[in-house]
Write a protein that binds this ligand. Structure first.
Ligand code: IDP
Ligand code: MG
Length: 160
């Protein structure tokens, strides 16, 4: 009997050149609304289905100090305290995803900040909507530039 040799390489398998100088990392947070609704796995699934690698995954309970640093650009805005209260309302799944242009790529997977306007097919467009709350609840955070990503990853994953 002969053993049939079949290719075990899936279509989106990581190319051998995946880790190079152009490899980028981003911070993804599944916010407390996403974790409460059981969407943490769905977010990881979409990241993996797109072909990105997971470099870190941890369920985290945030603190006001961590959030003040993470959301430094929003301190003083009217939605800042509601945003902090929301981010403290339950566990967060913190994820570092890796791949060429992953910062831009995950922002595209996430969709627009306003979930009513977010395109169907995006995480926010498919799973979030507007409610009568002082803060927009939109399932995920994604770093908005490679510089923000480096700063945010250092906050949430000091050992990475
Ligand atoms: P982003 O998450 O799409 O990068 P940012 O402008 O960085 O959006 O805002 C951070 C988070 O603060 C948003 O994801 C959303 O939860 C909340 N947020 C932003 N703008 C508003 C607003 O005008 N009203 C209420 N909540 C807001
Ligand atoms: Mg932002």
């Amino acid at each position: 009997m002969t053993t049939q040799k079949t290719s075990a390489t899936p279509a989106n398998a990581t190319p051998e050149s995946a880790t190079s100088a152009s490899t980028e990392r981003t911070l993804v947070l599944v916010k407390p609304d996403g974790v409460r609704r059981g969407l943490a796995g769905e977010v990881l699934r979409r990241l993996e289905a797109k072909g990105y690698a997971l470099a870190g995954v941890e369920l985290v309970t945030a603190t006001p100090e961590l959030l003040a640093q993470h959301y430094a650009e929003h301190v003083g805005k009217p939605f800042y305290q509601p945003l902090v209260d929301f981010m403290l309302s339950g566990p967060i799944l913190a994820v570092v995803a890796e791949g060429q242009r992953v910062v831009e790529g995950f922002r595209s997977l996430a969709g627009a900040t306003d979930p009513t306007a977010a395109a169907p097919g995006t995480i926010r467009g498919d799973f979030a909507r507007t409610w009568d709350t002082p803060v927009i609840q939109n399932i995920v955070h994604g770093s908005d530039s490679p510089e923000s990503a480096a700063r945010e990853i250092a906050l949430w994953f000091p050992r990475l």
